[in-house]
Design a binder for this molecule. Structure first.
Ligand SMILES: Nc1ncnc2c1ncn2[C@@H]1O[C@H](COP(=O)(O)OP(=O)(O)OP(=O)(O)O)[C@@H](O)[C@H]1O
Ligand SMILES: [Mg+2]
Length: 226
């Protein structure tokens, strides 16, 4: 499903985002990516989504090479992804429902199906009562739920969430991770980055990857790199 072989990412200004990453993630895995600010977590997600390409090494996602000559194939696999961005990327001046609907605009679904899925997704994140509210009037946590609803309404093969616990206090952060866990369907691969290392002990599911200075390692739950 995701295969990175000796992948490095160097940004145009010379900053090393990731180096020598060797990683396999299988279908249906639940993966946390943890590590300090600036370590390369978002950079890894950008590679997964084909927003950046490896500067060296090779990367495959859903059978598609992540490479600058593969734009069309990358657009196709993006249809199978449900991203939740660090800054949510909600569209102001539109309601919660419209935002979820807009997340499905390139999926070639009938209009009735799109609205059905959007309502269902808002219900699952507990926000149906806010469906007609403009997103700029929602609280931060509600905005985040809209972003998650937008991702799951796409019925993606992969859910990719960048810092869904950012800004939340401990209880709400645990609730958020529980929510994402509960939304996971059997075959869906879920990849979540988080600063909140102390939360990991609260969760019994999932594999943990630790990113430090552009390197990615598997971590055991006791905290030792494997
Ligand atoms: N477009 C860019 N151009 C140059 N450097 C960048 C770019 N994007 C990220 N970087 C740098 O790459 C490194 C990794 O950044 P990244 O955003 O992946 O970190 P992160 O682990 O997601 O951090 P945070 O926890 O703060 O979100 C940082 O040094 C960052 O400054
Ligand atoms: Mg980040």
């Amino acid at each position: 499903m995701i295969k990175a072989e000796d992948v490095s990412l160097v940004y145009p200004d010379g900053t090393v985002g990731l180096k020598d990453v060797e990683l396999h993630i299988e279908k249906g895995e639940f993966v946390y990516i943890i590590g300090p600010s600036g370590s390369g977590k978002t950079s890894f997600l950008k590679l997964l989504m084909g927003i950046e390409y490896p500067s060296s090494g090779s990367m495959q996602v859903l059978g598609q090479a992540i490479h600058k000559d593969e734009e069309k194939g990358i657009r196709n696999i993006r249809q199978q992804m449900g991203p939740v961005f660090q800054d949510f990327k909600l569209i102001r001046g539109r309601t919660a429902l419209e935002n979820v609907v807009l997340g499905m605009r390139f999926l070639n679904l009938p209009k009735a199906e799109i609205y059905f899925r959007a309502e269902e997704a808002l219900q699952r994140v507990g926000l149906k009562h806010k469906k007609s509210s403009y997103v700029e009037t929602l609280s931060w946590g509600q905005g985040q739920r809209v972003a998650i609803a937008r991702a799951i309404a796409r019925k993606p093969t992969m859910i990719i969430a960048d810092e869904p616990t950012g800004n939340l206090d401990f209880d709400n952060a645990v609730n958020m991770l529980d929510l994402l866990t509960s939304l996971k369907e059997k075959d869906t691969t879920v990849i979540i980055t988080t600063h909140a290392t102390h939360l990991i002990d609260e969760l019994d599911e999932g594999r943990i990857l630790y990113v430090d200075n552009g390197n990615i390692d598997n971590l055991s739950r006791e905290g030792a790199a494997l």
